[in-house]
Ligand binder design. Structure first.
Ligand code: PGA
Length: 253
């Protein structure tokens, strides 16, 4: 039985006290969150230590990105290494988000290096994949996502990838208000799990968590999360509103 993960990706949102207020609002609810759901938030990097240092914190913290360099330190301006995240008490890092692919030219090969950097520092990578609208409309969505996953996971063993989380995020659904239907999500999640089984064995495939992301909200979360191969969600916009995010977490109960 896989435990659900509901992860909030704040993106470049919440300035100063607003970030603290949102964190505190979620933290207040943490005691009464469903036991079968893990909860993680990924604030802007500047705030990570505020939250990991907070002794009252009950919510797991993740980074939105990580350097692909496997060195812990080095002359790489602007980069944050996986070892630094680990030392700061961070448990997860989102890698390969479509906004990084689109605005920062991240390739599947670079994303593979980010996964490797996370794994060597003990950070759980949340690896994002997903097709753009034209790829879905031309019927190539499954092939596109299979290729992404295959490139990202090549050369790793099931042992290496023990902490891996996959997030299927159809790009046409991110921030657009258009959600994949539960059937579309289930179809792709089942494909991804089958592929992971082919690459890494059925035992591993049965255990790996595959999240859905893309305009997930309180009104659609329960039906998406109830699909057999959907193990929670990566939530953008709705994770910025405490009550919406909490409602989505409860939809997994
Ligand atoms: P959204 O973003 O929920 O705002 O669509 C999801 C994501 O980008 O992870």
């Amino acid at each position: 039985m896989r435990k659900l993960l509901v992860a909030g990706n704040w993106k470049m949102n919440k300035i100063g006290q607003d970030a603290r207020d949102l964190f505190q609002a979620l933290n207040r609810e943490a005691m009464s969150l469903p036991a079968n759901v893990d909860v993680m938030i990924a604030p802007p990097a500047l705030y990570l230590k505020w939250f990991t240092n907070d002794s009252t914190a009950k919510i797991t913290v993740g980074a939105q990105d990580v350097s692909h360099r496997d060195e812990a330190e080095g002359a790489y301006t602007g980069e944050i290494s996986a070892a630094m995240l680990q030392a700061a008490g961070v448990d997860y890092a989102i890698v390969g988000h479509s906004e990084r692919r689109t605005y920062h030219g991240e390739t599947d090969e670079l994303i593979r290096k980010k996964i490797a950097a996370c794994l060597s520092a003990g950070i759980a990578p949340i690896y994002c994949c997903g097709e753009v609208l034209a790829e879905r409309e031309s019927g190539r969505h499954i092939e596109v996502v299979r290729n992404q996953v295959q490139t990202a996971l090549k050369d790793f063993s099931a042992n290496d990838l023990a902490k891996l989380v996959v997030a299927y995020e159809p790009v046409w659904a991110i921030g657009t208000g258009k959600t994949a239907s539960s059937e579309q999500a289930q179809e792709m999640h089942a494909e991804i799990r089958t592929l992971i089984g082919e690459l890494l064995g059925q035992d591993f495939a049965d255990k790996v968590r595959i999240l859905y992301g893309g305009s997930c909200k309180p009104s659609n979360a329960a039906s998406i999360f109830s699909q057999p191969d959907v193990d929670g969600g990566l939530i953008g916009g709705a994770s910025l509103v405490a009550n919406d995010f909490i409602a989505i977490i409860h939809a997994g109960a």
